[in-house]
Design a protein around this ligand. Structure first.
Ligand SMILES: Cc1cc2nc3c(=O)[nH]c(=O)nc-3n(C[C@H](O)[C@H](O)[C@H](O)COP(=O)(O)OP(=O)(O)OC[C@H]3O[C@@H](n4cnc5c(N)ncnc54)[C@H](O)[C@@H]3O)c2cc1C
Length: 391
C-alpha cells in the first residue's frame, strides 16, 4: 500500500521518469510515479517495437548503477561497434570504430519499451518507490511547501517536489505556465521495423541525401529499424503504400548496404524541436522531453534526458547532505544552470545538421563533405567518439 504523502511525485513513467525514480529512490526519498499506461510484460516472441533508441555507454552505465542494465540484458538489445556516416553524392564518408579508442562498443540499440520494462523491474525492488498506473492527473495545486496532485479517481497526493517527465506534450509544464520555444521542421520520418536478409550486424549507419538522412539501426538477430527522413508529403505517401511496395522503395532508394528486407511494421513521426525557457520553479522541475525535444537524427533525445536525471539527483543529493531545502527554487536552479545550456547546444547542433545537410547548395555541400572527410583524422575521429559516448 502506498501512503498519500511523498517526498517526490514524478508525472510520467517513460524512460526518463523511471530512471529518475531509480536514482532518487536510492537516496531514500519516498517517491510516487504516476503513469497513464505501463508496457505489457516482455516475451521473446513479441514483435519488435517501432520506437527504438541508440543508448550511449554513459546511459548504459547509469542504468547499470540503478540495477536496470542486468534486467535489460535478460531481454533483447543490440550492441554496435561501428558507426558509418556518409554523403550520397560527395566525398564525405567516415566510420567510427569503438576498438580505436579501446572500447568494446559505441552504444546499444534498444526498444524503448524494453528500457521501460527493465527500469520498472529494477525499481520494483526499491521499497521507497510506488508506481501508480494506470492513473491520470486532473489538477495540480502548489503552496509554499509543496504540491498536491488530484487524480481522475479523486485521490489527492502530496509531495515536496513535483517532477514533470510527461513527454513533449507535458501537462505539468503547461499547467504551471512554463513557456517553450517550439518550431516544426519541414521534414517527417518514416520508421520501419524490418527483417534483413543479412545476419545480425554490428554497425549502425546513416547516409545523408539532399532530401534527408536514411538510417539503419541493427536489432538482435535479423531484425533492424530503418529511418527515412524526407519532406512531409513524401513520407505521407510512403506510409500509404502496402508493405511489398514499400520494400521495393527501400531497395530503390536506400543504399546497397541494406540488402533485401521484409517490412514488418511502419509508423511516421513529424519532426519538431522545442525547448522550455525554464526547467524549474519552486517545488517543480522538468526533465527529458518535457523540457526539450530535439531532432532525432543523431539519436540523442533520451541520452540527454538520462543526463538530466543524473544531474537532478546529484543536485538533490548534495542539498540533502548539506541539510538545505532540497526542493527549493534556489537548489533546483543549480540543476537548470547545469543542464539547460548543454541541451540548447545539442538542439543547435542538430539544427546545424538538419539545415546543413538537407540541401544541394554548392558551398554547403562542399563544407559538409569536408567536415565528414575531416572527421577521418584520427584525433578528431577519436575525440568525436569519446564525446558522443560520454567518456
Ligand atoms: C523517430 C524517433 C527516433 C528516436 N531515436 C532516438 C535515439 O536513437 N536515441 C535517443 O536517445 N532518443 C531518440 N529519440 C527520442 C526519444 O524517443 C525521446 O527523447 C524519449 O522517448 C523521451 O523520453 P521521456 O521519458 O522524456 O518522454 P516519453 O517517452 O514521451 O514518456 C512520457 C511518459 O509520460 C506518460 N504521461 C504523459 N502524460 C501523462 C499524464 N498526464 N499522467 C500520467 N502519465 C503521463 C506517457 O504515457 C509516457 O509514458 C527518438 C525519437 C523519435 C521520434
Amino acid at each position: 500500500m502506498y501512503s498519500l504523502n511523498f517526498d517526490v511525485i514524478i508525472i510520467g513513467g517513460g524512460m526518463t521518469g523511471l530512471a529518475m525514480a531509480g536514482q532518487l529512490g536510492g537516496l531514500g526519498l519516498k517517491i510516487a510515479i504516476i503513469e497513464k499506461k505501463i508496457p505489457e510484460p516482455y516475451s521473446s516472441t513479441q514483435d519488435f517495437d517501432l520506437r527504438v533508441s541508440a543508448l550511449s555507454p554513459q546511459s548504459a552505465k547509469m542504468l547499470e548503477n540503478i540495477g536496470a542494465w542486468e534486467c535489460l540484458k535478460s531481454m533483447r538489445f543490440c550492441p554496435y561497434r561501428q558507426m558509418r556516416v556518409w554523403e550520397m553524392r560527395g566525398f564525405g564518408d567516415v566510420t567510427f570504430e569503438a576498438a580505436k579508442i579501446g572500447e568494446p562498443y559505441l552504444g546499444y540499440i534498444v526498444e524503448n519499451r524494453i528500457v521501460q520494462l527493465a527500469l520498472l523491474e529494477s525499481i520494483e525492488k526499491i521499497k521507497e518507490v510506488n508506481i501508480l498506473s494506470p492513473a491520470t492527473c486532473l489538477t495540480f495545486d502548489r503552496n509554499g511547501s509543496g504540491v498536491s496532485v488530484t487524480l481522475e479517481d479523486q485521490r489527492v497526493l502530496k509531495c515536496r517536489l513535483l517532477i514533470g517527465a510527461d513527454g513533449a506534450d507535458s501537462e505539468v509544464r503547461d499547467s504551471f505556465g512554463m513557456s517553450i520555444r517550439s518550431d516544426a521542421y519541414n521534414q517527417s520520418c518514416l520508421v520501419a521495423s524490418v527483417i534483413t536478409d543479412y545476419p545480425q550486424q554490428e554497425i549502425t549507419w546513416q547516409r545523408f541525401t539532399s532530401s534527408g538522412p536514411q538510417a539503419f539501426l541493427p536489432l538482435s538477430g535479423h531484425h533492424a529499424s530503418l529511418v527515412w527522413y524526407d519532406q512531409r508529403e513524401i513520407i505521407d505517401s510512403l506510409i500509404k503504400l502496402d508493405l511489398p511496395e514499400l520494400e521495393k522503395k527501400f531497395q530503390e532508394k536506400f543504399p546497397v548496404e541494406l540488402g533485401p528486407v521484409k517490412v514488418h511494421s511502419i509508423g511516421s513521426f513529424d519532426l519538431f524541436k522545442q525547448h522550455a525557457k525554464k526547467y524549474v520553479q519552486n517545488r517543480l522541475a522538468l526533465i527529458g522531453d518535457a523540457a526539450h525535444t530535439i531532432n532525432p537524427l543523431a539519436g540523442q533525445g533520451v541520452n540527454l534526458g538520462f543526463q538530466d536525471t543524473q544531474c537532478l539527483s546529484q543536485t538533490i543529493s548534495k542539498a540533502l547532505e548539506q541539510g538545505t531545502d532540497w526542493s527549493s527554487y534556489r537548489v533546483l536552479m543549480e540543476y537548470q544552470r547545469h543542464r539547460r545550456w548543454v541541451n540548447e547546444l545539442m538542439l543547435r547542433a542538430m539544427d546545424g545538421f538538419y539545415y546543413g545537410f538537407s540541401n544541394d547548395i554548392a558551398p554547403l555541400k562542399w563544407a559538409r563533405n569536408s567536415i565528414l572527410a575531416g572527421a577521418k583524422n584520427p584525433i578528431i575521429n577519436q575525440s568525436v567518439m569519446r564525446y558522443a559516448m560520454g567518456i
